[in-house]
Write a protein that binds this ligand. Structure first.
Ligand SMILES: [Zn+2]
Length: 160
């Protein structure tokens, strides 16, 4: 779940005031929250439209969801905030994140944009190696073709 490596510390979020609790996230915060799950609802994994933030009824409309509900003392800390479809968020209410994800057959949040890229690269490397092995009987051209095909397939594997 850790997004940052190498001792990078995310800038602290402002201390939430009463009015923040009605959800005023700036563009920067929304971008970070959106990218945490590669622009997908963390509950049902449906693709969200960044520009339709808070626009109820719009395609891919989403809002910031408190994984641990505010009503139960959840905070506005980044690690408690996820992008979710408006309908998912409203339906979740004060239920737990785990039980709401389970309704959609999901156990985890979608991977972050950064993590997704890493996994795709790993898949491509793995696919490339496998492809090269399969290509060996066909000689050097086969190895190259096999590696290319493998990398291509590997890159297309959905990391979820
Ligand atoms: Zn959803």
């Amino acid at each position: 779940m850790k997004e940052l490596r190498g001792g990078q510390v995310p800038p602290p979020l402002p201390i939430p005031t009463e009015s923040d609790l009605s959800m005023a996230f700036d563009n920067n915060q929304r971008t970070r929250i959106y990218n945490r799950t590669s622009g997908r609802c963390h509950l049902c994994h449906k693709k969200l439209a960044f520009k339709n933030y808070g626009i109820h009824g719009a395609r891919g409309a989403w809002e910031v969801e408190h994984s641990y509900p505010k009503a139960k003392g959840g905070t506005n800390h980044m690690n408690n905030l996820f992008a979710a479809c408006i309908s998912c968020n409203r339906a979740k209410g004060t239920s737990s994140t785990a039980s709401t994800r389970a309704i959609h057959g999901k156990k985890k949040a979608p991977l972050s944009t950064t993590r997704r890229k890493t996994v795709k690269t790993e898949n491509a490397i793995l696919g490339g190696s496998l492809g090269a092995l399969l290509g060996i009987p066909a000689g050097i051209v086969g190895i190259a073709l096999g590696a290319l095909t493998g990398a291509h397939i590997g890159h297309r594997i959905d990391p979820d």
